[in-house]
Every structure is written in structure tokens, then in C-alpha cells.
Design a protein around this ligand. Structure first.
Ligand SMILES: Cc1cc2nc3c(=O)[nH]c(=O)nc-3n(C[C@H](O)[C@H](O)[C@H](O)COP(=O)(O)OP(=O)(O)OC[C@H]3O[C@@H](n4cnc5c(N)ncnc54)[C@H](O)[C@@H]3O)c2cc1C
Length: 431
């Protein structure tokens, strides 16, 4: 029953186009009615999707330039499995060649340094200037500094988050590989909102599984700044208390006060100290620096750290920033910060911009879906899924039905579904 619910949820994605279908969508059309220039900033899950679908749905009259400093994107999704050797980083590498060759998106491998919302142009790190009619920002997340991090520079460098896949993922993988059955892995979870609510619990599970399988034991201590498990509470409670019993210790309400990288000691704000061989500290999140440091009033959402948006179009709620849209993890909405929903938000945004260019009407009842699979062991996975619908009374996306559905435990069938889900999502985004 729950699996059927999951498949129904996936089929209910933005605008009724599930990504399973939309990846097979037709050829680029010449849609004479939609004409305009869009600059998209950030080639991650949100930015790449919006660039692709602006062209796919808008046709050749919509001129799209994607600005992204890196020529390769490493998926965060599945990056926990790199830590345990079940995936390599190169298996999680994606590029923008299809976006250009198949959809005609122009790609500039630079960063955007500044935005001129009045002159409607952005300045790139190479000094280039790109004018726009509509600007879509999708720069993901950045971090607050860790509180009271002390120790030598070399030791401090070992305290990584690995919450943006790349070199830190490899560093953490090597640290885990060097652990023995006597060692402890400490994982600190920041206060919400952070990207991928189940992600840290998933990491604890796959590391525990790895230690058990390859080292004959070890300990994983989760210090969670939040009051309890924020995603799949039933599945993770089972995973911590039964599947990985004796290895995982879960400590809620444990924000960190300090980390000493020389003694490898973490102190919580409650005054309790934990010592580990490896400290994987995930700092407090905020929107990508482009949002918080733009100086033009983009960070007008939650605590001034995120971009407030109108979820019918993802246009900024700052009235001075008409024509600037923010999607993905940087935006502040009722939806989670996750790749699957970033893909759905991007489609809502693309459709809205095309309607604006055509002088049409923006869809007033968008639907989005968030689905997340979680490996619990090397062969089993669980999942969560939720469908959101626009609520005109609040102007927010509200969960439908019973809200978040979680799978009935972790199974090998879910694990197989997880592999298919990942391939479909990434193909829908990058192919
Ligand atoms: C361990 C882990 C597991 C996860 N698992 C899942 C999962 O199972 N399911 C799921 O749905 N989500 C998952 N996520 C979350 C998912 O990866 C993110 O939510 C998603 O990547 C957000 O997409 P985004 O486009 O907002 O940001 P990103 O994908 O991070 O992309 C941001 C891009 O913007 C670029 N950029 C930043 N600043 C600039 C600038 N000034 N100029 C130009 N470009 C810029 C960056 O280089 C980057 O490529 C996971 C995350 C982690 C860390």
C-alpha cells in the first residue's frame, strides 16, 4: 500500500509532469509566443532543471544562459555511499554538455559576483556582464562558521562537513577508512533548516553499517541540535535501536558549543563532552553567499538567511527585486531543502517565466513532490514522500493528505527502487 502511495506521489510532481515522463518529452519547439532572456545562476539540481525546461517548454525564443563556475557537478545525493566505498565520486559526476547540445542552453563557467536589479544585469567573475529579462538564482547553500573551533590549522582542516559533495567527501571517506573497531565517529547535526532532512541520519546508518561489516564494530554518536529525529522518525528509530543497536547512540537537543581539533573533543551547549577519532561537523546552514551577500535585499526570508519567494513563480517577495527568482535550497518555503523538490520547484518557476513572457496567466495551483530514499545498510533502504499543493489562503505550499508518508521499514526492494529513482531524477535534470 505504501509503495503504491509513493508511486502516486512521484506521479504528482510539478504541473502534473512527473520527471519519469518529462525526461522523455519532445523536441525543442519554436514557440513564437515566448520571447525573453533568462540568466540562471548555479548549475545544481535546481538551476540545471530550470535552464533545461525553460528551453524545452519555452522554445527557441527563450534565450537561456546558465552561469556555473564548475564544469562538473558532483551529486550530493548518494554521496553518503562514497564515504563507505559503495559509490565513487566519479560515478556521481554530471556535466552540462547535453544542456547545451540538446537544449541550446548557453553555459558560462564563471561565478556571478554581483547583481544589478535596476539595470537588470549580472557581473561575472571574469568581468563579463550578462543582461537579463528574468534572473533565476539557484546557488544552493553556504555555512555559518563552527562555534569555537580550536586546534592547529592542520587538525582543524580534518573537521569537515562533506555536505557539498567534492574534496571534503574524499577527506571524510579516508578518515572513516582509517577507523578501527575501537573508534568513534561523531556526527553533529545543525538546527533546521538544513539541506536534506534525512541525510545526516542516513549518513550515521551507512557509516555504522560500514564499521560493522568491515571493522567488526565501532561507535557512531549523533549529536543533534534539534529536539528529535526530523525525518522518517519511525524508520530511523528502528535503525538506531535495532538494525544498528550497540553502534549508534542518538543524542537529541545537543547543539555544539565548541570543538577542539587537537583533542578531538566536542562539547555540547549542555556541557557534555564527547571524544572521537573522526568528527564530522555539519555547520548551521544559510542560503548561498550570493543571496546573503548580494547587498540588494535578497535574504529577506527566515532569520534573514534565506530568500523569501512567492511559490507561484519563485519570484522574490522583495518588491524592489521584480524579475529575480530564487529556487532550490536558497529559497525559504514550507518545502524541504532537497534535490527532488528543487527539480519540481524549477519546473514551476520555468512554467511561470514562460507564461510571463507570453503574457499568459501563471498557474495558480502548482503541485510539487518531495521524495527521498535512504540507504540503511548496504542492501536495504527506506523512503519518505510528500505531495505539496498551493494553499491560496496562506500563500504557501501545504502538504496534502496525511502529510509525509514513510516506508514500512527498510527493504532490499526499496534499495532497488532507490537506484532507479536516482537515475531518473538525474536524467531529468542533466540529460
Ligand atoms: C549527503 C546528502 C544526501 C542527500 N540526499 C538527497 C536525497 O536523497 N534526495 C534529495 O532530494 N536530496 C538530497 N540531498 C539534498 C540535495 O543535494 C540538495 O537539496 C540539492 O542539491 C539542492 O539543489 P540546489 O540547486 O539548490 O543546490 P546545489 O545542487 O548545491 O547547486 C548549487 C550550485 O550553485 C553554484 N553556485 C553557487 N554560487 C554561485 C555563484 N555565485 N555563481 C554561479 N554559480 C554558483 C554551485 O557551484 C552549485 O553547482 C542530499 C544532500 C546531501 C548533502
Amino acid at each position: 500500500m505504501r509503495r503504491r502511495q509513493f508511486l502516486q506521489n512521484i506521479g504528482a510532481t510539478a504541473l502534473g509532469f512527473s520527471f519519469l515522463q518529462s525526461s522523455k518529452a519532445g523536441q525543442l519547439s519554436a514557440n513564437a509566443a515566448a520571447i525573453g532572456r533568462v540568466v540562471v545562476v548555479g548549475g545544481g539540481m535546481a538551476g540545471t532543471t530550470v535552464a533545461k525546461f525553460l528551453r524545452l517548454w519555452g522554445g527557441t525564443g527563450v534565450d537561456v544562459t546558465l552561469v556555473e563556475p564548475n564544469s562538473t557537478y558532483y551529486s550530493n545525493i548518494f554521496s553518503n555511499m562514497v564515504l563507505t566505498g559503495e559509490r565513487t565520486l566519479s560515478q556521481l559526476a554530471f556535466n552540462y554538455s547535453t544542456l547545451n547540445s540538446k537544449y541550446g542552453v548557453k553555459v558560462q563557467n564563471h561565478s556571478v559576483n554581483s547583481i544589478d536589479p535596476v539595470g537588470k544585469k549580472v557581473t561575472l567573475s571574469n568581468g563579463g556582464i550578462l543582461p537579463y529579462d528574468r534572473l533565476v538564482l539557484a546557488p544552493g547553500i553556504d555555512f555559518e562558521p563552527l562555534p569555537s573551533l580550536s586546534g592547529t590549522t592542520a587538525n582543524q582542516a580534518k573537521i569537515v562537513h562533506a555536505w557539498k559533495a567534492g574534496t571534503q567527501t574524499t577527506s571524510l571517506q579516508n578518515q572513516i577508512k582509517a577507523m578501527t573497531s575501537k573508534d568513534t565517529f561523531i556526527l553533529t547535526i545543525p538546527p533546521a533548516p538544513y539541506r536534506c532532512p534525512p541525510g545526516p541520519y542516513e549518513r550515521a546508518c551507512v557509516v555504522a553499517d560500514y564499521l560493522k561489516r568491515t571493522k567488526g564494530g565501532g561507535k557512531v554518536v549523533i549529536l543533534d541540535a534539534n529536539a528529535g529525529i526530523l525525518a522518517e522518525p519511525q524508520n530511523f528509530t528502528t535503525a538506531f535501536n535495532i538494525t544498528h543497536k550497540g553502534i549508534i547512540t542518538y543524542v537529541p537537543n545537543a547543539p555544539i558549543a565548541s570543538i577542539n581539533a587537537d583533542t578531538m573533543m566536542v562539547k555540547t551547549s549542555g556541557g557534555v563532552s564527547y571524544t572521537g577519532k573522526v568528527i564530522n561537523a555539519i555547520p548551521t546552514h544559510k542560503a548561498g553567499n550570493l543571496i546573503t551577500q548580494s547587498g540588494i535585499g535578497l535574504a529577506n526570508g527566515l532569520n534573514g538567511k534565506w530568500a523569501g519567494v512567492n511559490v507561484l513563480s519563485y519570484e522574490s517577495t522583495n518588491p524592489d527585486l521584480a524579475g529575480i527568482h530564487v529556487i532550490g535550497d536558497s529559497s525559504s518555503t514550507t518545502q524541504p531543502k532537497a534535490g527532488h523538490i528543487a527539480n519540481a520547484e524549477a519546473k514551476v518557476c520555468a512554467d511561470a517565466i514562460i507564461q510571463i513572457f507570453k503574457g499568459g496567466v501563471i498557474n495558480q495551483s502548482p503541485i510539487t513532490n518531495s521524495s527521498c530514499f535512504t540507504p540503511i545498510t548496504k542492501t536495504t533502504a527506506s523512503w519518505l514522500s510528500v505531495v505539496y499543493r498551493y494553499d491560496p489562503a496562506t500563500g504557501k505550499m501545504a502538504p496534502t493528505g496525511n502529510g509525509v508518508t514513510e516506508s514500512n521499514g527498510a527493504t532490499s526492494e526499496n534499495y532497488e527502487d532507490m537506484l532507479k529513482w536516482f537515475n531518473n531524477l538525474m536524467a531529468d535534470t542533466f540529460s
